[in-house]
Design a binder for this molecule. Structure first.
Ligand SMILES: Cc1cc2nc3c(=O)[nH]c(=O)nc-3n(C[C@H](O)[C@H](O)[C@H](O)COP(=O)(O)O)c2cc1C
Length: 209
């Protein structure tokens, strides 16, 4: 492990090239990630605060950036959802190693409007829709067989019918108040540019690497 040493030299990140809006800057980098065809550029690490101040992290998929909110979908009974209900402050992290880039976001999560969750749920493949009924996400299950049996039961229940959205499944929208755009540079002297919200204004500062 100690011999693994990557040299970062692909790009630079300068104040003059930054958009004044972190959302526009995010969209620009996201488009670069799409263009470079990296796998699942919308995968992001969501970190939350759990019971007894335990910090928890897992990957979720960004499914929209709408009205300056980052949207993902999940099971509302899952551990992450319980944690977010208790502590809405959370962080989102995108790591795009092929581009030598990282984006860190801090913000506050709230449940998405049911109508928006309905709309997105209706667009999902049928298998994923059935899966949302099958999985009681984050609860213990005795075996894989039990899960497969639940799937059969749900398939029968919805045979020949549209699969409705279960109430326990839907979106969260994260409203950011802090962004850091990180670009790897030679000699570990990376570029780190931070946006912070003061009132309705985003200010930009550079951090030491
Ligand atoms: C690439 C990837 C994408 C994922 N996307 C989602 C997602 O969008 N929503 C979700 O609930 N879980 C997603 N998961 C699973 C979560 O990482 C996690 O296992 C699950 O949500 C349970 O987390 P929790 O027990 O902390 O609530 C994804 C996992 C990976 C590896």
């Amino acid at each position: 492990m100690e011999d693994l040493r990557e040299h970062y030299s692909k790009e630079t990140l300068n104040e003059k090239d930054l958009s004044s809006s972190p959302f526009t800057q995010f969209e620009k980098w996201f488009q670069n990630a799409l263009d470079s065809r990296i796998k699942e550029p919308n995968a992001m690490i969501l970190s939350t605060l759990g019971e007894k101040d335990i910090v928890d992290s897992r990957t979720v998929l960004l499914k929209g950036l709408e009205q300056e909110q980052f949207v993902f979908y999940t099971n509302y009974n899952s551990d992450k959802s319980k944690q977010l209900r208790e502590h809405p402050n959370c962080s989102l992290l995108f790591l795009w190693l092929d581009l030598e880039r990282q984006i860190r976001i801090q913000g506050k999560a709230e449940k998405l409007d049911a109508s928006k969750s309905d709309e997105y749920f209706a667009s999902r493949p049928r298998g994923s829709q059935l899966g949302a009924w099958v999985s009681d996400q984050s609860s213990r299950i005795n075996s894989r067989d039990e899960l497969e049996a639940k799937l059969k039961e749900v398939e029968q229940r919805f045979e020949g019918k549209e699969v409705s959205r279960p109430e326990h499944w839907g979106g969260f929208a994260v409203t950011p108040n802090h962004f850091e755009f990180w670009q790897g540079r030679p000699n570990r002297l990376h570029d780190r540019l931070v946006y912070e919200k003061e009132g309705s204004i985003w200010t930009i500062k550079r951090l030491q690497p």
